[in-house]
Design a binder for this molecule. Structure first.
Ligand code: ALA
Length: 420
């Protein structure tokens, strides 16, 4: 493997980022874990929540708890306002032209399953192909396997190189008139690779394929513009971008969403029901059957407000600097092998420590108050590609500091002492 330094964005014009102020917004960061100050390095798994998000969820239950779209009373009006307000905020966050193209889901996994079962199942035929990359996590593999089994379509997989980057030539080679759907992550959860999705989308469109982008790991770090990307579908999860669990977004191109059949049946997704025939509601409600996670969506709106209140460029520059520092410091530790050294990365440092299984290392780190994820990261093919069973993954968010990385490095030296 050729080690390639993480390439930070130019920092000469980067405005200052007040990480201490940001940290003060996240109450859990003052928590003690095993009697030690918490060092939270597992944000790719789920991020922590600022007080404004916790309050928005609490406020909904205190002042607005009612069902949405279904009643004429004031509380229902408040709940509907919060819910639809979050949809508008999500549209703005993604620069989607029309809030009706924003389907509120349970999260990324739900959004991908929706597209696979609604769009995929209705268009795919035997001989068609779904193109994935070797970097995908299980949520962007298994829903496509299910729909491939149902329709007779085949799955094709673009390989990655030793740095953990999608092979661009193989990608173009695998695209053909048979390719009906390309499903690709914007940022790899296991390695942090930022994929060149704008170019990939244009290349897929040139072959007539529709593209779904899994943006779960991109949303907390990158500025996303679905119009500029020209993607057909973009999915993300609230809980990875400082919002509550159990909610997220599927953005879809309007004509596609309008033509797609419903995914689930139930209340709110209909306009008229008789035993003879049911007429469905317009988009996006056609895809939102049943009472949703209203409290979660209210909190999600607050999370979007929070992210958009930050200087995103400065936040990104801060995260890049911490990742660069982490990469350099961890690399110095004897016996470390970094997995995933793509030229464009964000938020993730995956590595192995000679002599210590990642799970054992994770346990020793936890005893020191350091939270990392160890294992396959729901991305077994990535581990298979590198012929390893698991990695130790430190994943970053806006609230992480160089001091967190110093604590991780001390923790890893402790792991070495234990397992030497
Ligand atoms: N939650 C998963 C992760 O940790 C997908 O990356």
């Amino acid at each position: 493997m050729t080690p390639t330094a993480h390439v930070p964005r130019p920092r000469s014009h980067a405005p200052a980022f007040d990480v201490a102020k940001v940290r003060a917004d996240f109450p859990i960061l003052s928590e003690l874990v095993h009697g030690k100050p918490l060092v939270y390095l597992d944000s790719a798994n789920t991020s922590q929540k600022p007080l404004s998000v916790i309050r928005a969820t609490d406020d909904y239950y205190r002042h607005a708890n009612a069902n949405i779209h279904r009643a004429t009373h004031l509380l229902s009006e408040r709940a509907t306002g919060l819910y639809e307000g979050s949809r508008k905020k999500a549209a703005k966050f993604l620069n989607a032209a029309d809030p009706h193209t924003i389907v509120l889901t349970k999260g990324t996994t739900d959004g991908i399953n929706l597209v696979a079962q609604s769009y995929g199942r209705s268009v795919l035929k035997p001989g068609d192909e779904i193109l994935l990359s070797w970097l995908e996590h299980h949520s962007n593999i298994v829903p496509w396997q299910l729909v491939a089994e149902q329709t007779g379509a085949a799955i094709k997989v673009v390989p990655i190189n030793d740095l953990g980057e999608i092979d661009p030539e193989e990608y173009v080679r695998l695209l053909s008139p048979r390719t009906k759907i390309v499903a690709v992550g914007h940022v790899s959860n296991a390695l942090g690779t930022i994929n060149p999705i704008k170019a990939m989308i244009a290349q897929a469109h040139a072959h007539g394929a529709v593209v779904l982008v899994d943006g779960a790991q991109a949303a907390p770090h990158l500025v996303i513009d679905v119009q500029d990307l020209d993607c057909d579908f973009y999915v993300l999860s609230s809980h990875k971008m400082f919002g509550p669990t159990g909610t997220g977004v599927l953005y879809g191109r309007k004509q596609l969403l309008e033509a797609m059949p419903p995914y689930q049946g139930g209340g709110d997704m209909i306009s008229n029901v008789t035993f003879e025939k049911t007429l469905y509601n317009q988009i996006p409600y056609k895809f939102e059957a049943g009472t949703p996670n209203i409290a979660g969506v209210a909190g999600f709106g607050a999370a979007i407000d929070y992210l958009m209140s930050l200087d995103r460029e400065a936040a990104l520059a801060h995260e890049d600097a911490v990742l660069e520092y982490a990469t350099a410091r961890v690399r110095e530790i004897p016996g470390v092998r970094i997995i995933g050294e793509a030229r464009h990365k964000t938020g993730v440092l995956s590595f192995l420590l000679e002599g210590a299984h990642p799970h054992d290392a994770g346990t020793v780190l936890d005893q020191q108050g350091i939270a990392v994820r160890t294992g396959q990261h729901c991305a077994q093919p990535v581990m298979d590609k590198f012929c390893i069973p698991a990695t130790i993954r430190a994943s970053l968010a806006i609230y992480n500091t160089r001091e967190d990385i110093d604590a991780l490095v001390r923790g890893l030296h402790k792991v070495r002492e234990v397992f030497a």
